[in-house]
Design a protein around this ligand. Structure first.
Ligand code: PMP
Length: 305
């Protein structure tokens, strides 16, 4: 269960955690009409810092725009709200969950007339994909939604019904996560992570045309790879490329950089964490934890304690 904190940001003010409640007849409950974000704040030697805050809040605005939700807050106001909340709750490291939802008003599918509420919560949250020596994953029998059904560039509540099917199926079959194929049978992503593989020294990831979220960790890893001079290719890939890859890993705010040990019980190489995964992970965690220079300007410092 979530560990409650003192405050939640609601439409511009801080309210007590217990007071952040909505009515059962709210539009979002029935139709999944929300857009949200997941952001991490890391502890650092100098204090604490939020990882890529403006990029996350811009994606929230983009998700809202795709779903015709007018958020009455600017990017700056949203970022300031997050910083205020984290500083007020004094918890680092933490996971931050902004959400904009369609509230109590209309009960028809057309949400016109339902109010829009914006909340931000933060709370402690550790490792998301279990498995210290790499994750054992499967290919899901569920596909990602076709591009003309649910827009994959929007991080919206309703889309996570598909993610739940993928993750629950993986779980009952003894895997920690599932990887979905897209509508054409090409690799897409995990239920809440982007997918990378390494073969012959080249990094591959699924392009945005294959029903994936435009992950901010994905972008960070692509940036780090280019900086390190490792070639990267975004291209559609068949499932079996995972079986013969030298390295496979997930990226995500919750998952961070998670090495994958096996896919469908087939070991990836010898099952250990590969050198490129390790190098990228070291860079990523080095910056997030404040042990390496923030050379790409990814950190927003916050005063916690
Ligand atoms: N794909 C899906 C479906 C996700 O839910 C997430 C987590 N937000 C990601 C990819 C990774 O995105 P990010 O790195 O921005 O957290």
């Amino acid at each position: 269960p979530i560990q409650p904190t003192a405050n939640i940001w609601h439409n511009g003010t801080l309210i007590p955690w217990e007071k952040a409640q909505i009515h059962v007849m709210s539009h979002v409950i029935h139709y999944g009409s929300s857009v949200f974000e997941g952001i991490r704040c890391y502890s650092q030697p100098q204090g604490a810092a939020i990882f890529r805050l403006p990029e996350h809040m811009q994606r929230l605005l983009d998700s809202a725009k795709i779903y015709r939700m007018d958020l009455p807050y600017s990017l700056d106001q949203l970022c300031t709200g997050v910083v205020d909340l984290v500083e007020a709750n004094e918890i680092a490291p933490c996971y931050i969950r902004p959400i904009a939802l369609r509230g109590y008003g209309e009960i028809g599918v057309n949400p016109k007339g339902s109010p829009i509420d914006v909340y931000v919560a933060n709370f402690p949250w550790g490792k998301y994909v279990p498995g210290d020596d790499g994750a054992d994953v499967c290919i899901s029998s569920w596909n990602r939604a076709a591009p003309n059904t649910l827009p994959s560039l929007a991080k919206a509540g309703g889309g996570y019904l598909n993610s739940q099917l993928i993750r629950m199926e993986a779980d009952v079959n003894g895997y920690v996560e599932g990887i979905a194929l897209d509508v054409n049978g090409y690799l897409s992503e995990g239920s809440g992570e982007n997918l990378f593989l390494v073969r012959n020294g080249v990094i591959y990831t699924t392009p945005l045309t294959n029903s994936v979220l435009s992950g901010i960790t994905r972008d960070s890893i692509l940036t780090l790879a280019r900086h390190l001079g490792i070639p990267v290719i975004e291209q559609a890939m068949p499932r079996e490329l995972l079986y013969i890859a030298d390295e496979v890993f997930f990226t995500g705010t919750a998952a961070e950089v998670t090495p994958i040990r096996s896919v469908d019980r087939i070991l990836v190489a010898d099952g250990g964490t590969g050198p490129i995964t390790r190098q990228l992970g070291d860079e990523f965690f080095g910056i997030a934890n404040g042990l390496r220079p923030d050379r790409f300007g990814w950190l927003t410092p916050v005063k916690v304690n």
